[in-house]
Design a protein around this ligand. Structure first.
Ligand SMILES: Cc1cc2nc3c(=O)[nH]c(=O)nc-3n(C[C@H](O)[C@H](O)[C@H](O)COP(=O)(O)OP(=O)(O)OC[C@H]3O[C@@H](n4cnc5c(N)ncnc54)[C@H](O)[C@@H]3O)c2cc1C
Length: 469
């Protein structure tokens, strides 16, 4: 028989108001399903507190009733981390205030429910840059970005979410509020608690606010799409670009022809800017906050040298902002353009940048040895050593037969990643999807410490149970 939670619902209603405790299945439906529809969950209620104090009150009531809490931001996560299996979902969507802009300290203090695009806009309005940039930025929230330690296309220059935050406010599983909301760039006063909650996927507490770092706003950019033979040539080019443009190199993304062809076939308005077909391409961008920087000239000089060294076959440098955006569009449509081609087996992995070319070559060969008609579509953040190593099904294989091979391809790809000192999750996290893989590959002592920390901070295991560990 289903448990009666009416007493808890009544107390939660008293604490945050009836309008913000959703129990009607129609009202809850959208938040029970993961973005891609891979997971559907269940929940007693969806809670929409409007302040840190209300979050703490909800957590205290749920803890006293022994009811699990699943934090949720924009619900764009890709590993089932925000999907509830019972308990309540607590969403930060009403907590969307920019609390403070400190231009001199170059910081922005924000509520956890602020949508990433709105934070970028607030930074821009303050004449600065908040550099985190993801395809989901119109709906993901900064609390979710922090909890997944999100990456994206600007990591090469600015780092991932962990590098972009100075302080946090967190509601702990017993309802206490950890106030580490400082904007200090130097603070050596003991253990680094902040970093425990970043990337914890809501298993240690609910992030309610953060102090974010701002950067000088770029005012000029040079963007190029470059054709090459494959990963080894791309690595040589990356090394060259890094050496010649260290502080201005903001993007170095890689894509093979198979994946680019899918964009050309399926993404509206995307065309091949080159006359000939090439095996692989790199999207390179230089940016600068100094308007006098002649980035196009720098790009041309570096690419001419790369031509002479035989590293590249062709290059298109965007002459106008529209042309630069068109080159970016080829990159931005990569994920969605694989969908019409049928089932895809995806891996979000990283290796040291020095091994990224070897990884692509070795992993492709191993996957093709297992299934010769497979269509590998490796692409992604080459300059971070992070690839979305996606495998599209053979043209004449049905989706179900192909997806049954998921565990086999996981083993092939993740074993190679592990041998190369890499990670089985570069930027999307563990959630529900990769728990078993984490246990298989993570250092056993690290796993033990993670479990001990979880038990110390959340002894009753009410905070997003069944995720990560
Ligand atoms: C189209 C698309 C493109 C993407 N591109 C990238 C990319 O380039 N790089 C990248 O790193 N990721 C990418 N992602 C995945 C990425 O993790 C999310 O988009 C984003 O970081 C998650 O934010 P969210 O607010 O949607 O979090 P949610 O999906 O709501 O939650 C994610 C996890 O964080 C927890 N959580 C959420 N809010 C809080 C909080 N306030 N306190 C504690 N825990 C919380 C949840 O319980 C869950 O475990 C992409 C996703 C999509 C759909």
């Amino acid at each position: 028989m289903a448990e009666d939670h009416s007493a808890l619902i009544a107390k939660l209603t008293d604490a945050i108001g009836a309008a913000y405790v959703l129990t009607d299945p129609t009202d809850m439906a959208g938040r029970l399903v993961e973005d891609r529809g891979l997971y559907t969950g269940t929940a007693i209620a969806i809670l929409r507190p409007g302040s840190t104090e209300e979050v703490a009150a909800c957590v205290r009531l749920c803890a006293a009733a022994g009811v699990a809490i699943v934090p949720q931001g924009g619900n764009t996560g890709l590993v089932g981390g925000g999907v509830a299996n019972g308990g309540v979902i607590l969403t930060t969507d009403r907590m969307n205030r920019i609390r403070n802009v400190d231009a001199t300290n170059a910081t922005l203090t924000v509520d956890a429910g602020c949508i990433l695009a709105n934070i970028q806009q607030a930074a821009d309005d303050a004449g600065a840059l908040f550099p985190l940039s993801l395809a989901s930025e119109g709906s993901c929230q900064i609390g979710g970005n922090l909890s997944t330690n999100a990456g994206g296309t600007a990591v090469l220059r600015y780092g991932n979410m962990r590098d972009l935050v100075l302080g946090l406010e967190v509601v702990l599983p017993d309802g206490r509020v950890l106030n580490d909301l400082n904007g200090l760039r130097k603070n050596n006063t003991g253990y680094d608690l902040r970093n425990l909650f970043i990337g914890a996927e809501g298993t240690l507490g609910i992030i309610t606010a953060a102090v974010l770092k701002l950067f000088p706003k770029p005012v000029t950019r040079a963007t190029a799409l470059v054709a090459c033979d494959g990963p080894q040539a791309a690595l040589a080019l990356y090394t060259r670009m890094r050496a010649q443009n260290a502080d201005t190199l903001s993007t170095f993304e890689y894509v093979e022809r198979m994946a680019l062809q899918m964009v050309l076939d399926h993404a509206h308005g995307c065309t091949d800017p080159m006359a000939e077909v090439h095996p692989a391409y790199c999207l390179i961008e230089l940016t600068s906050a100094n308007a006098a920087d002649t980035l196009d000239a720098r790009m041309e000089t570096a690419l001419e040298a790369a031509f002479e060294a035989g590293e590249i076959h062709d290059a298109v440098i965007g002459a106008s902002e529209a042309q630069k955006d068109a080159l970016w569009a080829l990159r931005e449509h990569l994920s969605e353009s694989q969908k019409p081609e049928g089932a895809s087996i995806k891996h979000d992995v990283s290796v040291p940048v020095s091994r990224v070319a070897d990884f692509i070559t070795t992993a492709k060969a191993a996957c093709l040895a297992h299934m010769p008609d497979l269509r590998p579509c490796p692409f992604g953040h080459f300059g971070d050593g992070n690839l979305h190593f996606n495998l599209s099904r053979p043209v004449d294989m049905d989706d179900a037969t192909f997806l049954a091979e998921y565990p086999t391809f996981n083993r092939i790809v993740h074993d190679i990643v592990h041998q190369m000192d890499g990670s089985i999750s570069a930027e999307h996290g563990i959630g529900q999807v990769k728990r078993a893989e984490l246990r298989r590959y993570k250092d056993p002592v690290a796993l033990e410490l993670m479990q001990q920390l979880k038990s110390a901070i959340d002894p009753a295991n009410i905070m997003n149970p069944g995720k990560v560990l």
